[in-house]
Write a protein of this length. Structure first.
Length: 176
């Protein structure tokens, strides 16, 4: 089986929700799941991220979005554009390397995982990129393609782990 490669898909740094939204449009991923990671606090630590100074240094994300690809009944891979790991990494390897031991974290910073079918994510996500602007302009260069919505955003409903409208919210142990 040939694994997907990062360079074959649309990618813009700092726009993980849109990168994964575009990935969901690909026929090979329409029977996959999207995982939105966030915590009940303002951020959570994750390692092996390209924006970190070193792969072992935890980066603090307010949220992160990846794809859970069901390559075969017994083969599940995480596709993450922003990882220093392989773009397509077995789920157990990804979790072992990317996440800190939860016992080291305050409960509000333990990541939670909103899991939903990729088709539902592609249908429901609305982002006009307002979360990437402040009074001084763009926080990160926007992608060259149009946003998933021009006048609305419901991204907060996906990243707020107390909101149960979309998908199922799981712990790492439940997901694995």
């Amino acid at each position: 089986m040939k694994l997907p490669e990062r360079e074959h898909y649309r990618y813009q740094p700092s726009y993980c929700e849109e990168n994964i939204w575009h990935l969901c449009q690909q026929p090979e991923f329409q029977h996959s799941d999207v995982i939105v990671m966030a915590s009940k606090g303002r951020f959570f630590p994750i390692r092996c991220q390209r924006k970190a100074n070193t792969p072992t240094e935890p980066l603090l994300w307010d949220y992160h979005v990846v794809l859970l690809w069901h390559a075969a009944p017994d083969a599940r891979y995480i596709l993450d554009f922003d990882t220093t790991l392989a773009f397509c990494t077995p789920i157990a390897d990804y979790f072992r390397q990317a996440f800190l031991d939860e016992s080291l974290l305050k409960p509000r910073f333990v990541p939670l995982f909103r899991v939903m079918p990729s088709v539902e994510y592609a249908e429901k996500l609305l982002s006009d990129r307002r979360h990437m602007r402040d009074e001084y302009g763009w926080l990160a260069e926007p992608p060259p393609w149009p946003p998933t919505s021009v006048a609305e955003s419901n991204l907060r409903k996906f990243t707020d782990m107390s909101d149960a409208d979309y998908g199922q919210i799981l712990t790492a142990a439940q997901l694995l």
